[in-house]
Design a protein around this ligand. Structure first.
Ligand code: FO1
Length: 314
């Protein structure tokens, strides 16, 4: 009996969310589960903010800001403008008025003792999303960026300092003690395919893998695990992935990404620009396909999703 198709996609922010949208158009609700990094989460202005969960949710609801990839399309910033009059040192994180609604609701529901998994299910279902968006854990995990001038909380590094500080180390405080969410583990147990989205390996995928039960679920997988390279032509499409690789002396190419994931993946999808690297990736024992991985339009996202599914399950 052929196993029920169930793709489990691990993602962080914008890049991974685009592939999630493409896959959500090709797969039924019970055929796709998206496990999202929550180590970017932070308490800000008394709110629990989950940037990657919201980026995936807004993207699947097709209300994400198309310019930035995060936040809500056509949002206004009147609350932020008022806040700035009282304390401009806390206005660096641009939280829009509609986005505020999401974060107010999440904070209120968490305050009533609901889990981040239950909160995310309520928010995503309320936005009409049928597919399952799951936090990697219901426990707090926080990315800390180590720099020559001291430690920075993730959003301070990424947003306030525009990821310019030199990174000497990355920690995921709380990961070793965090439990993978039961829903995420059961999704992995019933997966027919695991995909690491085109997200930052060090800041989006690694925090998920830093949770012991997550890493072992993937290390002991019985199905293929494929990574989509977030590096195209020696550059990251968005964010600090290439800069982090340079700072760590890692080859800024899909080869460097493949080496980083090591035994946790069985194959890698690279961009056509990097097709010349296929033989070297295969020499690492990985299956590889060179596809158009740069997603601008919705049809790019759907086409990439369909090509990945055809390649893995012909
Ligand atoms: N990223 C920025 O570069 N500048 C911002 O002002 C900003 C605000 C923001 C508000 C809500 C939200 O969900 C995400 C936001 N992001 C912003 C993106 C966020 O910092 C990153 O998407 C993730 O943390 C990394 O993927």
């Amino acid at each position: 009996m052929s196993q029920q198709r169930h793709v489990v996609l691990l993602v962080g922010g914008v890049g991974g969310a685009k592939l999630a949208l493409g896959l959500s158009h090709s797969l039924q609700a019970d055929e796709l589960t998206i496990i999202v990094n929550t180590a970017d989460d932070f308490e800000h202005l008394g709110l629990h903010i989950s940037p990657d969960l919201d980026t995936v949710m807004y993207t699947l609801a097709e209300i994400a800001n198309p310019q930035t990839g995060w936040g809500v399309i056509n949002d206004s910033y009147r609350a932020l403008d008022m806040l700035r009059r009282y304390d401009e040192t806390r206005a660096w994180f641009r939280l829009g008025d509609l986005d505020l609604g999401t974060n107010l609701m999440r904070t209120a529901m968490l305050g009533k003792g609901l889990s981040l998994t239950d909160v995310t299910r309520h928010l995503s279902r309320s936005l009409g999303i049928a597919h399952n968006i799951l936090p990697m854990s219901n426990d707090p995990v926080r990315t800390i960026i180590e720099t020559p001038d001291g430690d920075l909380p993730f959003q301070v590094y990424f947003v306030r300092e525009r990821w310019q500080p030199i990174v000497t180390g990355i920690r995921f405080d709380g990961a070793a003690q965090a439990s993978a969410s039961a829903a995420a583990l059961s999704a992995l147990a019933s997966a027919s395919l695991i995909v690491f989205g085109p997200s930052n390996p060090f800041l989006s995928i690694d925090p998920i893998l830093a949770i012991p039960a997550m890493r072992s679920a993937i290390a002991e997988r019985k199905v293929p695990c494929m990574a989509v390279s977030p590096i195209v032509g020696g550059r990251a499409l968005k964010g600090p992935a290439a800069k982090l690789m340079q700072e760590r002396g890692i080859d800024v190419s899909p080869l460097g990404v493949a080496a980083h994931y090591d035994q946790l993946i069985d194959g890698m999808i690279i961009d056509r620009t990097d097709a010349h690297l296929s033989a070297k990736i295969e020499a690492m024992g990985l299956r590889t396909a060179a596809l158009p991985t740069v997603m601008r339009s919705i049809s790019d996202k759907i086409k990439l999703a369909e090509q990945i599914l055809d390649w893995v399950e012909p």
